[in-house]
Design a protein around this ligand. Structure first.
Ligand code: 8Y4
Length: 290
């Protein structure tokens, strides 16, 4: 999942059209680099960011979603907490709602149910403005897991199919570095729910705090974290850096599959395997392989 921030370019006097044009080019590039999903966001959810008005968010994201749908072969997800945005984005062609509030805003569950889109349910302790002030857990993995199970149950009670839901521990959302590390180390616990697991670590401040790196230099630890997340069962990685992330996690995914097969590198009959025994790492079947 490639991140597409659609926030106004204050240095451009070309207005909305130039913003939408730049966003489209960014989406095209991310999909060419291997992104299957483009996550369109018009409101910053970073700690301390100021909320965006509803009309403003609509005006930013709808033209971009429509143009991506027309011109790019990918799934569009809409990063929003607002039910009205969810409905409008779904009408414009978005197929996933990515909600850092896990559909807790009044009307959000109904918006997802009524439009038939899929949803990513993310854990956050507190609210974006203040969540990093005093994060506290007695058992971070247990509490995040219980919250997500609760939200999944609420969605299912409202008629949303379980097959339309994914879960996300919300790295950096109301968590200390230690909480983030514990969640990432125990992702297998969340993966065991059987629901698709999304993880977003790209450029996050955890790396800055642990390794003393500015945001522009957090790619490598982000690739390590994304790879280990896939090893532990994550199936969607949200990232700003699509090409290196795709290369890292394709490898991690192959290695996970080989491990699950007890170290065997192929599922074809070993008596017939010969040089087909080594799988290709790009996910494509080898010519002539079973
Ligand atoms: C630099 C750039 C430093 C970006 C920090 C950031 C997640 C998410 C975000 C996530 C899901 C971010 C919208 C935070 N993170 N959605 N959204 N999961 N599902 N910060 O982890 O990228 S925004």
């Amino acid at each position: 999942m490639g991140v597409l921030n659609v926030t106004p370019d204050s240095f451009s006097d070309g207005g909305r059209y130039r913003d939408a044009d730049a966003a489209l080019r960014h989406a095209v590039a991310m999909v060419a680099e291997g992104a299957a999903i483009v996550d369109v966001g018009g409101e910053s959810t970073r700690p301390g960011a100021s909320p965006v008005g509803e009309q403003e968010e609509l005006d930013r994201v709808l033209p971009v979603i429509e143009r991506i749908r027309r011109e790019v072969d990918c799934i569009v997800s809409i990063d929003t907490m607002k039910p009205s945005l969810m409905r409008a984005a779904a009408a414009a062609g978005a197929e996933i709602v990515n909600d850092v509030l896990a559909l807790r805003a009044p009307g959000a569950v109904d918006a997802v149910h009524d439009t038939g889109v899929a949803a990513v349910l993310m854990h956050m302790q507190g609210e974006p403005q203040t969540m990093q002030q005093q994060p506290h857990y007695d058992d971070v993995v247990g509490e995040v897991g219980a919250f997500l199970q609760d939200r999944v149950a609420a969605c299912q009670r409202a008629g949303i199919q379980r097959s339309r839901l994914a879960i996300d521990p919300g790295i950096g959302f109301g968590k200390t570095v230690a909480h983030n590390l514990e969640l990432l180390a125990r992702l297998d616990v969340l993966a065991a729910t059987g629901l698709p697991l999304l993880v977003g670590v790209s450029r996050k401040s955890m790396f800055g705090k642990l390794l003393d790196l500015p945001a522009a230099q957090r790619l490598h630890p982000g690739l390590a974290a994304a790879s280990i997340a896939v090893w532990l069962g994550a199936s969607i990685i949200r990232t700003h850096d699509v090409k290196p992330t795709v290369e890292a996690i394709r490898y991690a995914g192959v290695l996970r599959q080989v491990a699950a097969q007890g170290g065997r590198t192929t599922t074809v009959d070993p008596r017939r395997a010969k040089d087909d025994a080594v799988p290709r790492l790009d996910g494509q079947a080898r010519k002539g392989a079973a």
